[in-house]
Design a protein around this ligand. Sequence first.
Ligand SMILES: Cc1cc2nc3c(=O)[nH]c(=O)nc-3n(C[C@H](O)[C@H](O)[C@H](O)COP(=O)(O)O)c2cc1C
Length: 150
Amino acid sequence: MKYEELKIAFGTETGTSESMASDFHELCKQRSIDSELVDLSEYSIDHLKSWKNLVVFVSTWGEGDPPGDIEDFYCDLEDLEEGELSSLSFSIIALGDSAYEEFCGCGRKMQEFFEKAGAKAFLPRVELDADDGDESSFESWKDDFFAVAI
Ligand SMILES: Cc1cc2nc3c(=O)[nH]c(=O)nc-3n(C[C@H](O)[C@H](O)[C@H](O)COP(=O)(O)O)c2cc1C
């Protein structure tokens, strides 16, 4: 089992990221992957420091901003010191709309903050565009994830 104690987290404004995270959690459960669905608005950076494996589904609002109720979590990410997330492996599924200038800005910056603090991406970030609705990159990501998960 590669992704033990997997947290499947979401940050959402209108529920799309939550619903995708929940569907992905179901797929993990069907494959007996040790996983937990996590609403980031209910957690702090201290929790993050103790997590080992993490997939984050997160959308972008405003002009490249995080969903409102994860603003505190997101702001604290900026203040992390190098090495504070060295135990964390993660991958980000960023939701956005290419009609906006800061396409997937929150997911992109979240990845920067994680990596600056020493976390390692186990799969490249996926960026989903609500404008074209094409989810083929996420389908490939899931194939790659499950190919090594079990
Ligand atoms: C008012 C508004 C502002 C938005 N700002 C951005 C943005 O700056 N960058 C981006 O990529 N997407 C932006 N989006 C698109 C959302 O991120 C996209 O619709 C996403 O799928 C919503 O996911 P959620 O339901 O999980 O919050 C915006 C959407 C709205 C309605």
